[in-house]
Design a protein around this ligand. Structure first.
Ligand SMILES: Cc1cc2nc3c(=O)[nH]c(=O)nc-3n(C[C@H](O)[C@H](O)[C@H](O)COP(=O)(O)OP(=O)(O)OC[C@H]3O[C@@H](n4cnc5c(N)ncnc54)[C@H](O)[C@@H]3O)c2cc1C
Length: 375
């Protein structure tokens, strides 16, 4: 049976049974004002899914060393720092020494964290990008810790790959924790609820053309508190089955802005430029280039292993009193308490294989109405 991955919390959110650990009684969560006239923005982005998982590989091309670093599917924000550390290892192995300037192509989650990681290792960095935030796909992301979301087809997830993924996820998690407690709140922890009409045992149906994905989350289940089922008296939702979990949330605009500011403060340069073919790598003055073009690599590098996976997020007027995430399992629909708005994400039936960037307002309105039905 095909498994559809939950947009947000990964399969482990639903894993049963789990021991109750840290959950003391707490006040009832504030109701979400789930009303379509509160939608203030709709963003569409592409997840750069690669059947064999992210490409992390050095290549000699037209007299340059190109470190390919793209294809992080629905996990790019989550895995960014750990992945950047592996890209840095390839930079260091190339013989280019700290102090020299390197080029990073791409200004999304992967390019920015790669640039910062290289700066921290002593490299001077120039970023080249066709677009910068908020006009990158990373800006449309939901902002949850989902290091196993649409990352690799199950058929290609060897034991060695899974071990490498676990180390990468743990390294990334550690760096994200260092961004807690900052005034702009780039990273925060929030409780969340996953609600289901029919329990948590049934597999969700797959979407057309979508591969099976490996279950990875159990490998890193220790990184957050275990969730637990709630009795009807313990939650306000109109749903028979509810579980509570605790989750890492990325406030994407604040995180991007902080990364850009830190990059500039450490002497980084940002140049707007589109590369149209691999020959354009040779036209850059730097002799080492890290290619963090995300879905752009599908055409730039003619990477046939890649499939675009469309995603859409809407924001409702911020509701600071709502401090929890809410996942409606059957509809794969998520609400997230971001600082820039109450974010509502939902999967469309035809997102896998689609690179259609046109907003579908109906899709977001349907998601908002589904959330409204829970209150
Ligand atoms: C709706 C949605 C929800 C998501 N939710 C989450 C989530 O909750 N948690 C999570 O971890 N991940 C999530 N993701 C996945 C995550 O956003 C991606 O994995 C991530 O954006 C990939 O980042 P990137 O830097 O590789 O790509 P991008 O953000 O696409 O950045 C690519 C950069 O390269 C540049 N570029 C591309 N081609 C060229 C070229 N030819 N020449 C020059 N520059 C070029 C672009 O202009 C851009 O600057 C979500 C994605 C979507 C779409």
């Amino acid at each position: 049976m095909k498994r559809r991955q939950l947009l947000a919390a990964g399969s482990a959110t639903l894993a049963l049974p789990v021991p109750a650990m840290d959950f003391a009684p707490r006040p009832a969560p504030a109701a979400i004002r789930a009303s379509i006239d509160r939608i203030i923005d709709i963003a569409v982005g592409i997840r750069p899914f690669r059947a064999h998982g992210p490409r992390l590989q050095a290549q000699h091309l037209h007299g340059k060393t190109v470190v390919h670093h793209y294809g992080h599917g629905g996990s790019g924000w989550s895995l960014s720092w750990g992945s950047a550390q592996r890209a840095l290892a390839l930079v260091q192995a190339s013989g280019v020494r700290p102090g020299e300037r390197i080029a990073v192509i791409g200004c999304g989650a992967i390019g920015l964290t790669t640039a910062r990681t290289a700066q921290q290792a002593g490299y001077r960095v120039r970023l080249y990008a066709k677009d910068r935030p908020p006009r990158v796909h990373s800006s449309a992301a939901t902002g949850l810790w989902t290091p196993d979301s649409r990352l690799i087809a199950q058929a290609h997830a060897t034991d060695a790959w899974v071990s490498g993924w676990e180390a990468m996820a743990r390294d990334s998690f550690k760096v994200h924790q260092s961004y807690l407690g900052l005034p702009s709140g780039p990273v925060e922890w929030h409780d969340g609820y996953v609600v289901s009409d029919d329990g948590f045992d049934s597999a969700l149906p797959g979407h057309a053309g979508e591969p099976d994905y490996p279950d990875l989350y159990d490998r890193i289940a220790d990184l957050r508190p275990a969730g637990r089922a709630l009795s009807p008296a313990e939650h306000p939702f109109r749903s028979p089955h509810v579980r509570r979990f605790t989750q890492l949330v990325f406030n994407i605009p604040a995180y991007q802005r902080l990364l850009l500011d830190d990059f500039a403060r450490d002497g980084g340069e940002l140049v707007q430029r589109e590369l149209r073919s691999p020959r354009d790598f040779a036209r850059l003055p730097e002799r080492l280039i890290v290619n963090c073009t995300g879905d752009g690599a599908r055409t730039l590098c003619a990477d046939a292993d890649m499939t675009p996976v469309r995603g859409q997020t809407a924001r409702l007027i911020p509701q600071p009193e709502v401090d929890y995430a809410l996942i409606y399992r059957a509809h794969n629909c998520v609400a997230l308490p971001r600082r820039d708005g109450l974010l509502v994400a939902a999967m469309g039936e035809h997102d896998f294989g689609s690179s259609d960037l046109r907003p579908d307002r109906q899709q977001s309105e349907d998601a908002v109405r589904r959330l409204a039905s829970l209150f």
